[in-house]
Design a binder for this molecule. Structure first.
Ligand SMILES: Cc1ncc(COP(=O)(O)O)c(C=O)c1O
Length: 461
C-alpha cells in the first residue's frame, strides 16, 4: 500500500506564478545556447520557449523561477505527476542497486511484468507475453510489426489516415501523416491506410463508422489498397491523439476486432498515448471491452518519465525466438520499478475515476466557451485526453488561433499542447493528479485567452 503523498500534495502550487517576459532572461540564455548547439530537429521550445528547472505533480518551474500549471504532462507521460516521490524513491533505490541488466531476470523486472499483465485489457491478464526492446513507443511499434509479420507470414500492414505511431521507418510507414513521411520515401512496401471513422460534411457517426468498416473489410480480404493478400495486421489508436484527439464512434474497436479475427489478421492497438489511465480506464481498449491481439505501450509506463516501452500480446503469438526483437536496452529496470509504483499509485488514489471526473469538468468548461466562440467548433475526448477544435466560418482550420492560444496561455502560466495535422486542435492531457483547483484555475486562463484570441481574430486584428 503506497505511503506516497496524496495527489493534492504533489505540486509546487495550486496556481501559476509568472513574471513577464516569458521567456525570462535565464531561459532566453539557455534557449540561445541550445539553438547554437543542438540539431534543428528540436521542436518543443519553439512553441513553449522556456528552460525547465524542476517539476512536481502538475507544475513546472522554469530557470527564472516562474511556476506553470502543466496541462500537457510532457505529452502524456507524467500521469502520476512529475517527480512523484512514491515513484522516484523506489527508482533511486534501484539505481543504487543496479541500473542496467539487459534482459536478465530481476525481482523488479518480474514484478513490473506482473503488474502490467494484471492491468492489461480483456482476457490478456494471465495470458499475455511482454516484449521489451528499445525504450521508445516507436520501438514497441517496430516490435509489433515484426511480431505480426512473423506470426502470419504475410507482409502487408494497415494503418489509419491521421494515425501517429512514431518516427522510425516502420512506425512512420504506418502513420498517416504525409508531411512527416514525404522526405524519407520509400518507406516499407505493402502498406495501406484506411480512413479513421470521423463524420465529415454532415455525415452521421454511424455512416462514418460503416464507411470505415467497409474499407477495412475490403483490405482484410485482400480486395483493396494494392495489397495482393490479406495484411499481417491492422494498427489502430483507440483515440487518435496527435491526429487531433479524434474519438471514434461507439462500437468501432469491437467491430474492428470482429473483422480482424474473422480474417486471421492481427489487431494491434496502440495505447502509447491512451494507456496508463489517461482516458479513465487503464487502457482505452477497456472502454470497448476488447482484447487486442497485441498492444503497444510507452510514454507513462516509465512512471515519472523514465524511458520504457513494451509490446504486450496474446501468448499464442509468442512463436519467435531469442533476440527476435533485439536491443541493448531491453527494459530499463529503474523505469520498470517506477512503472510498478505508478500502477500502485494510480490504483491507491483512484486516478482512473479522477481522470474521468476532472476530464468531464474540462470538457464542460470548453462547452460553456462554445456559446460565445463560434470558431470553437468541437470539443471531444475521454478522461484527461481532450481536444478543442478551431475552424473559421467557412470550415477552414485555424492553426494560427491555436498557436496564439498556446503562446498566451504560457505567458499566463499554463502549458497546453496542440494536435491535428493542420495544428488546429488544442490538446489537453494533464497529469491525472491534477487537483480540482488547478483544473479550475487552468481553465479560467484558457477561457480568458480563448475569448481574447477569438475576438481579435473576428475583428481581423
Ligand atoms: C499513439 C502513439 N504511438 C506511438 C508514439 C511514438 O512514441 P515515442 O515518441 O515514445 O517513440 C506516440 C508518440 O506520441 C503516440 O502518441
Amino acid at each position: 500500500m503506497p505511503d506516497g503523498p496524496p495527489p493534492e500534495e504533489l505540486h509546487l502550487s495550486q496556481r501559476p506564478a509568472v513574471t513577464e517576459p516569458i521567456p525570462g532572461p535565464r531561459s532566453s540564455d539557455l534557449l540561445e545556447r541550445q539553438a547554437a548547439s543542438e540539431a534543428n530537429t528540436v521542436a518543443y521550445p519553439l512553441s513553449l520557449p522556456v528552460a525547465i528547472d524542476s517539476a512536481r505533480g502538475a507544475t513546472i518551474k522554469d530557470v527564472d523561477g516562474n511556476v506553470f500549471l502543466d496541462f500537457s504532462a510532457g505529452i502524456g507521460v507524467a500521469n502520476v505527476g512529475h517527480s512523484n516521490p512514491y515513484v522516484v524513491e523506489a527508482a533511486k533505490e534501484q539505481l543504487d542497486a543496479v541500473a542496467h541488466t539487459i534482459d536478465f531476470p530481476t525481482e523488479a523486472r518480474l514484478a513490473f511484468i506482473d503488474a502490467l499483465d494484471s492491468i492489461a485489457p480483456g482476457t490478456l491478464p494471465g495470458n499475455s507475453r511482454i516484449a521489451f526492446g528499445g525504450p521508445t513507443g516507436t520501438n514497441a511499434i517496430e516490435a509489433s510489426i515484426k511480431l505480426a509479420k512473423y506470426n502470419t507470414g504475410r507482409s502487408g500492414i494497415v494503418g489509419f489516415d491521421r494515425g501517429y505511431h512514431g518516427g522510425t521507418m516502420g512506425a512512420l510507414s504506418l502513420s498517416g501523416w504525409s508531411s512527416y513521411k514525404s522526405d524519407y520515401t520509400p518507406l516499407l512496401p505493402d502498406v495501406a491506410h484506411v480512413p479513421y471513422p470521423t463524420p465529415r460534411d454532415g455525415e452521421t457517426p454511424d455512416a462514418a463508422l460503416e464507411a470505415t468498416l467497409e474499407e477495412v473489410r475490403a483490405v482484410v480480404s485482400g480486395r483493396a489498397s494494392g495489397l495482393d493478400e490479406p495484411p499481417a495486421g491492422i494498427w489502430v489508436e483507440p483515440i487518435q491523439g496527435s491526429g487531433g484527439v479524434i474519438v471514434p464512434p461507439e462500437g468501432f474497436l469491437a467491430e474492428l476486432a470482429e473483422i480482424t479475427a474473422a480474417h486471421d489478421v492481427l489487431l494491434i492497438v496502440d495505447e502509447i498515448q491512451t494507456g496508463m489511465g489517461r482516458t479513465g480506464e487503464w487502457f482505452a481498449s477497456d472502454h470497448a471491452g476488447i482484447t487486442p491481439d497485441a498492444m503497444t505501450v510507452g510514454k507513462a509506463i516509465g512512471g515519472v518519465g523514465l524511458p520504457l516501452s513494451a509490446t504486450v500480446y496474446r501468448e499464442e503469438l509468442d512463436t519467435w525466438g531469442p533476440s527476435a526483437h533485439a536491443g541493448t536496452f531491453r527494459g530499463h529496470v529503474p523505469a520498470m520499478v517506477a512503472g510498478t509504483r505508478a500502477i500502485e499509485y494510480i490504483d491507491e488514489y483512484d486516478l482512473l475515476d479522477r481522470a474521468t471526473r476532472v476530464g468531464s469538468y474540462l470538457q464542460d468548461r470548453f462547452r460553456e466557451m462554445q456559446q460565445d466562440c463560434p470558431s470553437l467548433v468541437d470539443v471531444r475526448g475521454r478522461g484527461l485526453l481532450i481536444g478543442a477544435e478551431f475552424r473559421d466560418a467557412d470550415g477552414s482550420p485555424l492553426p494560427d488561433v491555436v498557436e496564439s492560444i498556446q503562446t498566451r496561455c504560457l505567458r499566463r502560466g499554463l502549458v497546453v499542447w496542440t494536435a491535428g495535422i493542420e495544428g488546429h486542435v488544442l490538446r489537453l492531457l494533464p497529469p491525472l493528479v491534477l487537483t480540482d483547483e488547478q483544473a479550475r484555475v487552468g481553465m479560467d486562463i484558457v477561457q480568458d485567452v480563448v475569448e481574447t484570441v477569438t475576438e481579435e481574430t473576428a475583428d481581423g486584428r
